[in-house]
Design a protein around this ligand. Structure first.
Ligand SMILES: *Cc1c(COP(=O)(O)O)cnc(C)c1O
Length: 384
């Protein structure tokens, strides 16, 4: 065996999609084969079954499957007729899609700061963002909290801000489907919740996919119309301007198989996270999950002050242990988003988190020997 092969054998995947694929093996092959046999590639029976199962899983009355997490967010803003002159509050420390959809709708995102412990939107900064919007002559219409890295945001506090200012709440649960807040799964908390089935998300498909959850029957019907060009009761009757934003039947068939093992996978992620935290809390700031909440650990992200993050990444890299930085730049510092307003008081937490966060490998198939190898490497690098 040459040296490269030896290194590869020891290389740890950051997210191991292949391990799950091996576990599901024939179940997925057969699910796909059933679709290949019936040939209803668009809006086949698996899509309706998946919607029913997803809704039951999270406790929402309606699930509307669609083409991606980004489209899930976008469809809701379209259904709510959010557009020019409107402001939508969103956190600055998130993936760009959260704010991108607001701009695509023609509205203005107002960036709010996040909480240093949970990395989720700080409700007080959200409130200041509402005032900023009004000062700019915009109409605050909605707030998009993000449940970052799998952890629920402070939904009660966000609901209070929303109620005080007449805002609609669109929960961006792209990284956190399956997480629980005060005894309820995400999907049943906000007026609308969007999630993503991108392969690396906790519940991923084998391509792009997403869904919206809501208890609002009128909204669900509008979303179903919007995902098919705004179609009315009749197929060629266009009631509104929409998109092509459906979920493929093959992806739905795959997700139905994955959903069966999802609770076990969430438990495995939680076991790994607990072992990481117990072993690393002496050397780094480990993630804290809020009271009454559970995370699905889309990422396991620690904080390191004083510029030690890059040295840790380098020390792990030579041992074939990958790390990732989510997010090295908050949105208001990105070229495409710089021109949009930020909440009064600025976004200091988002800015320093971008300097301090680093994520370790995390997935449901991270076995204990591999966890121990990662833990030992992190402890050695940080003690040295
Ligand atoms: C992944 C992600 C999205 C977008 O989901 P896609 O399926 O990739 O379009 C939106 N918001 C957040 C926070 C995400 O992490």
């Amino acid at each position: 065996m040459n040296q490269h092969a030896r290194l590869d054998a020891r290389a740890i995947p950051f997210i191991d999609v292949a391990a799950q694929r091996r576990r599901l093996d024939r179940a997925v092959d057969e699910a796909v084969a059933r679709v290949l046999a019936h040939c209803q590639f668009i809006e086949g029976p698996e899509v309706r079954n998946l919607e029913a199962e997803l809704a039951a899983f999270c406790g929402a009355r309606h699930a509307v499957a669609c083409s991606s997490g980004t489209d899930a967010l976008r469809l809701v803003l379209m259904a709510w007729a959010i557009g020019p002159g409107d402001a939508v509050i969103c956190p600055a420390f998130t993936f760009c899609a959260t704010a991108e959809v607001v701009i695509l709708a023609g509205a203005t995102p107002i960036f709010a700061d996040v909480d240093a412990e949970t990395f989720n939107i700080d409700p007080a900064s959200g409130e200041r963002a509402v005032a900023t919007a009004k000062k700019l002559g915009l109409k605050p219409r909605a707030i998009i909290p993000v449940d970052l890295f799998g952890r629920p945001a402070d939904h009660d506090a966000i609901a209070a801000v929303a109620a005080a200012h007449g805002l609609l709440v669109l929960d961006d649960a792209a990284q956190s489907f399956g997480a629980v807040y005060k005894g309820r799964r995400l999907g049943a908390l906000a007026a609308a919740t969007a999630t993503s089935f991108f392969p690396a998300k906790p519940l991923g498909c084998y391509g792009d996919g997403g869904a919206v959850f809501t208890d609002d029957e009128v909204l669900a019907a509008r979303l179903k119309s919007l995902r098919v060009h705004g179609q009315g009761v009749d197929k060629y009757d266009a009631e509104r301007i929409g998109l092509t934003a459906r979920l493929d039947t093959i992806q739905a068939a795959i997700l139905l198989e994955k959903l069966k093992i999802f609770p076990e996978e969430i438990a495995a992620r939680n076991r790994a996270a607990q072992r990481y935290s117990a072993a690393l809390e002496a050397v780094a700031t480990v993630p804290r999950v809020g009271d009454g909440a559970t995370s699905v650990w889309a990422q396991y992200t620690i904080r390191l002050a004083g510029g030690r993050r890059d040295a840790l990444a380098a020390a792990l890299r030579v041992q074939s242990i990958p790390t990732a930085i989510y997010y090295a730049k908050p949105l208001h510092r990105q070229a495409a988003y710089r021109r949009f307003p930020v909440a009064a008081g600025g976004l200091p937490v988002s800015e320093w988190l971008a300097e301090e966060v680093i994520s370790l490998p995390m997935h449901a198939y991270l076995d204990e020997p591999v966890q121990d190898r990662i833990i030992a490497a992190v402890r050695a690098a940080l003690k040295g």
